[in-house]
Structure formats: C-alpha cells, structure tokens
Design a protein around this ligand. Structure first.
Ligand code: HPA
Length: 269
C-alpha cells in the first residue's frame, strides 16, 4: 500500500503528543538479540506500535513491538524494540514506514542492526560486521509508488547509503569486520546455491532485514550506520542445517558485546 504524506504526519503527531517536548535525534532499529538495549534507555517513554496510527505490528520471535524513547549514551533516541519484516506479510512500505515517521519527528540518523548468515568463509559465527554496502535484487523497492517529494527525489542516489562519516565513528569505536550485506526475503533460509550466488556477487552476509529501512532512510536524507551479527555460517558453508534456535542463541550471547558497540558509537555521534 502507498502511504500518503497525511498518514505519515498523523503518526508523527500521535507520537509527538506522547513525547511532549522530547525530540528523538537517532533512530535505533534493533535486530534479534539486541532488544535488551532498549531496557538501558533512561527515562523511557514506551509506545506500542499498535498505538501509532497506520503502523503494522511486529510478529517475529524475540521482537517486542514498541518504541522506546529516551536517553541512551547521552543521545535522544527512539529505539524500535522489534522491527517489521516482509516475511511477516508486510510490504516494503509497511516495513519502512516508521523510518519516515521518525524523520518527521526530527531524527537525523539511524543505527540499524541485524542477525545474518556469514557467506564470507573467513568470518565466524559471533563476528560483528560493519555494513559498508548492500545488495537487494529481490522484490520491488520500498520507494515504488508515487514519490513523496517532501522526503526525497524520485531517483535517489545510493552511492553512500551507509554514511562514510558514521562508518569512521564505528571504526574508532571498535575493530569490526567490514561487509556487504545481501537481502533475501525469507522466511526460509537460503539454499546453498543461493549462498554461492551471493558470494559470487560480492556479498559477505545474507539476511532478511535492514535494506528496506536503509533505502528509505537514505532517500529522506538520514545518516545510516548498520551492523550485522553473524549468528551462523550461511547455508552450505558447513554440513549442519540452519536452525532459528541456533540464531537466537548466538544473538543472545553476543547481545552485551553488540550493545556496547552500539552505545559506544551513539556516544560519538
Ligand atoms: N540467512 C538469513 N537470515 C539470517 C541468517 C541466515 O543464514 N542467520 C540469521 N538471520
């Protein structure tokens, strides 16, 4: 469904009423295993997605489905505790809807995290990677449909979706491997042949999120910083089959380390 400017504005107004004079500067979209970071937000104002007009719910396991507004590492943040995915049946426009709402509320930057399978065989499960670029070949774009000029141009440049200056901030905060993330729609994990395809195309990791939100954020002029946690080697790299239990366990284990990295970057923004 194509949303109108009025709908984005209605959502922004509803949230602003809950927030009083609080202005979020950074939007954090947390993937599997990182939801706990939202619990560290000071003076939190929690708003379930169900209370935001036009916004869809998060149904993925381990995704709570609420915004948490407040201070984290000295920054005014809006944390999405649980993101939306297209495999839940939502469209790309649905999934990226909150990014534009937060832009209307004044957010200038977005930090996005995800769990993914490592395609690059020099990576290991548990590695955290800084996203330098992405590949999205499947499905339509979240920018399909009438262009809302208030947000950005019809044909936006995607040369620097993951803002170089923020990548420098990440490099100063911790040593993270750098990677190209390739979007697959899921919910099934990739086949070994798809993973070989991803590797041939230059991808280092494969996952089912992040890219729709990053495209929309770049379109509306937000700075973007993205991190991937490799929870497993992608299909076919090892003999063993993939399991979502393994993914959630690896994400939970890396949670504190990942959280510290995100907080460190936030403090330097
Ligand atoms: N593929 C896609 N998404 C994922 C994976 C994977 O191997 N691991 C965690 N999320």
């Amino acid at each position: 469904m194509d949303y109108t400017m009025e709908q984005y504005q209605q959502s922004a107004q509803a949230l602003q009423q809950r927030l009083g004079d609080f202005r979020p500067r950074v939007l954090l979209i947390l993937g599997s295993g990182l939801g706990a970071l939202a619990d560290a937000v000071e003076n939190p104002i929690c708003v379930p997605y169900a209370e935001v007009p036009h916004m869809k719910r998060s149904t993925a396991p381990d995704h709570k489905g609420q915004f948490v507004f407040g201070k984290l590492s000295g920054q005014n943040v809006a944390v999405m505790q649980g993101r939306l995915h297209t495999y839940e049946g939502w469209s790309f426009q649905d999934v990226s809807y909150p990014v534009r709402v937060l832009r209307l509320l004044g957010a200038e930057a977005m930090i996005v995290t995800n769990a993914a399978g490592a395609v690059n065989t020099s990576f290991s499960a548990g590695d955290i990677m800084l996203i330098t670029d992405h590949i999205k070949l499947f499905g339509v774009s979240p920018l399909c449909g009438p262009n809302l000029e208030e947000f950005g141009p019809r044909f936006p440049d995607m040369s620097h979706v993951y803002t170089p200056a923020l990548r420098d901030v990440a490099r100063q905060t911790a040593k993270a491997l750098e990677s190209v993330y390739m979007y697959f729609p899921g919910p099934q994990y990739e086949t070994p042949a798809e993973v070989r395809l991803a590797r041939t195309l230059g991808a280092d990791a494969v996952g089912m999120s992040t890219v729709p939100e990053a495209i929309v954020a770049a379109h509306c002029g937000m700075q973007v910083l993205g991190f991937t946690l490799c929870t497993n080697m992608a299909a076919g790299v090892l003999e063993s089959p993939l399991s979502s239990d393994e993914v959630l366990e690896a994400a939970a284990q890396a949670g504190p380390r990942f959280g510290a990295l995100v907080k460190g970057c936030l403090a330097r923004l």
